[in-house]
Design a protein around this ligand. Structure first.
Ligand code: HEM
Length: 397
């Protein structure tokens, strides 16, 4: 069985080589902790929505020794891992706010911040892609959607950066955990404070909607706190990874960037291709509630298993020439946002943000290059792709 090591920093070409080695070795690989990793598109799509597969993030957190505190609460107390009835109730509360039409209203915010972020780049001068560029649009859009004042964005970013390394980290040191706990304590207190303010003065933002739902007994205080905190994480680092990987991939494929520059409307299909080729959410996990049999593997009740979205997106049985980055690709059935009842709530929003950044980039006709002698490396051990070290790019006219 292929040993799938997601903790090693690899160049993107090496990540693809690893995915292809896994696909060639058979339908199931093995992760470092012994968990099976399903790699083929068909199996991943099937198991994503299996009635006996429960989201495994709570169990994974317990396996890394986190059984209490805010870090435990933000994952284990979140609606995404709640029993089916609570999941459905809480998802229904917020899903209308995330539908395609309301998300289109966020397009203006995304466009404005994307233009500002590009204005800040000086031709020829290096910039830190993930730290200084890619995170701006998601953070400001989430503030706007939730109803958090713009001037709080900087502080929020500091909190989120303090917590991210602890989220589903395979090796959680006491220092990382401690930093995350302190930041989360502040975030929870802030969520409480804003919810109270919104209740006194409701607006058309998401925190107002949640505060009213809590007042009316449709959700508890703990559910409200977890929802706000979880949405902040689910909605910022993921899309930051999409935008960062998008620019990085375009820098590596100048011929595709030239097509985008010639026709910025290609941003729509370009985002789909980035989602597939540079999949920002490498994997998701499930926990078998009952015995599940698939691809010759028997998963006993209690078994944790991994579904590799990144590998499924390269499966030649699903995509022709999967290693070709083609921003005009017609097949767009990437599986990056999952499937079924846990399908990403923020998919429409993430698409809007990615499209606005790429459209603004194309409209300016900018070229991109990766700075430095060493090719950037990435780590896929967490819920989203992270650069192993800062990735520096340059823009050119
Ligand atoms: C490119 C950006 C994004 C990617 C790649 C991504 C990926 C995913 C994936 C793979 C899942 C399914 C998890 C599973 O089945 O275990 C998911 C669920 C979810 N995502 Fe996203 N996401 C992105 C952006 C967002 C944004 C912007 C938000 C919110 C503002 C968001 C909120 C959520 C929520 C709440 C769920 C859980 C839904 C449920 O369990 O019912 N995501 N996301």
């Amino acid at each position: 069985m292929y040993e799938y090591d997601l903790t090693k920093p690899l160049t993107w070409a090496e990540c693809h080589a690893q995915d292809h080695a896994a696909l060639a070795a058979g339908p199931v690989s093995r992760y470092a902790d012994g968990s099976p990793v399903f790699v083929r598109y068909e199996d991943v799509a099937h198991l994503l929505n299996h009635p006996d597969g429960h989201l495994g993030y709570g169990e994974q957190m317990v396996q890394t020794g986190v059984t209490d505190g805010f870090l435990h609460q933000v994952i284990s107390g979140s609606f995404i891992v709640a029993p089916e009835a609570d999941h459905a109730r809480l998802r229904a509360l917020v899903s209308r706010a995330f539908a395609v039409r309301p998300m289109e209203r966020m397009r203006g915010v995304a466009r404005k911040v994307a233009e500002e972020a590009l204005d800040n780049l000086s031709p020829g001068k290096e910039f830190d892609l993930f730290e200084d560029f890619a995170g701006r649009v998601p953070l400001h859009v989430m503030c706007s959607l939730l109803g958090i004042p713009e001037d709080y964005a900087g502080e929020l970013r500091t909190f989120l950066r303090a917590v991210s390394p602890a989220m589903l980290a395979p090796e959680l040191t006491p220092e990382i955990r401690d930093t995350a706990e302190r930041a989360l304590a502040r975030l929870y207190a802030y969520a409480d404070e804003v919810a109270l303010q919104k209740l006194a003065n409701p607006d058309d933002d998401l925190i107002s909607l949640l505060a009213v739902a809590e007042r009316d007994g449709r959700m508890s205080r703990v559910e409200l706190q977890s929802m706000i905190t979880m949405l902040l994480f689910a909605g910022t680092d993921t899309t930051r990874s999409l935008i960062g990987m998008g620019l990085f991939t375009l820098a590596q494929h100048p011929e595709e960037l030239a097509k985008l520059n010639a026709d910025p409307e290609l941003a729509v299909t370009a985002v789909e291709e980035v989602l597939r080729f540079a999949c920002p959410s490498p994997w998701v996990s499930r926990f078998a509630l009952k015995k599940i049999e698939r691809a010759g593997v028997t998963l006993e009740p209690g078994a944790l298993f991994i579904l590799s979205l990144a590998t499924a997106n390269l499966d030649p049985a699903q995509f022709s020439q999967p290693d070709t980055f083609d921003i005009r690709r017609k097949e767009s059935a990437n599986i990056t946002f999952g499937r079924g009842k846990h399908f990403c709530l923020g998919a429409a929003l993430a698409r809007v943000e990615g499209q606005e950044v790429l459209r603004a980039l194309g409209a300016r006709g900018l070229k991109l290059s990766v700075a430095g002698d060493e090719p950037p490396r990435f780590i896929r051990a967490g819920a989203m792709v992270e650069p192993a070290a800062p990735v520096s790019l340059r823009v050119h006219r």
